[in-house]
Design a protein around this ligand. Structure first.
Ligand SMILES: [Zn+2]
Length: 202
């Protein structure tokens, strides 16, 4: 089955308030006003109305709190930059285990662009992609062909495009530039299942 069968549309995913379930545009307040919010709500996605309501219930005067929407404007700008990319442009995500993170000082993961070449099953959960960036942690280079999986639920938070999980490299096609070699030399390295051959400089 080729990519013909799958239709993805880039739609900027809405933010949904975890208190009242309504969709909202992202917003921010100065740190001192954010600090008024009880700890347990700070990790939630909250709309402006719920934020103000929680503060009111705590007895704060909210009339002077200035809510702005700069982060939303930034997200929208990033989305418009990518929304007209061809629809076979998606994301590849590499997860590093906690052990790998500890051992090598790696982040939780790395996200890159990829181009969908073909799907391997009808369910659209196994794909073959061409990598469109160069990893700074692994020997995974622009042009390499890789297998990925998709849970059909994970989308990139800004571009709205599917986010695949990296599985394996099946064909080394990419060439690292000298600049990238230097960059890689200076970043933490990973010797997990993901490393398919020796990292340059390692
Ligand atoms: Zn709400």
């Amino acid at each position: 089955m080729t990519k013909k069968g799958c239709k993805f549309v880039a739609v900027m995913p809405p933010m949904t308030c975890e208190e009242c379930s309504s969709d909202y545009n992202d917003w921010e307040v100065p740190p001192e006003d954010w600090a008024l919010l009880p700890q347990k709500y700070r990790k939630e996605k909250l709309c402006e109305a719920c934020y103000l309501e929680i503060l009111k219930k705590k007895g704060y005067h909210v009339s002077k709190i200035k809510i702005t929407h700069d982060s939303w404007k930034r997200k929208k700008a990033m989305f418009s930059e990518t929304q007209d990319f061809p629809m076979d442009m998606m994301h590849i995500h590499i997860s590093f285990s906690e052990a790998e993170q500890k051992k090598h000082g790696l982040p939780a993961g790395e996200t890159m662009w990829c181009k969908l070449l073909m799907t391997r099953n009808k369910e659209l959960t196994k794909m073959i992609v061409e990598v469109q960036n160069t990893s700074i942690f692994l020997d995974l280079v622009y042009g390499d062909i890789a297998t990925v999986t998709w849970d059909k639920q994970t989308f990139h938070g800004i571009t709205g495009r599917p986010m695949f999980e990296f599985q394996d490299i099946i064909e080394k096609k990419g060439q690292r530039t000298n600049e990238e070699k230097t960059l890689l030399k200076n970043t933490p390295k990973c010797d997990s299942r993901l490393e398919v051959d020796t990292l340059p400089g390692g």
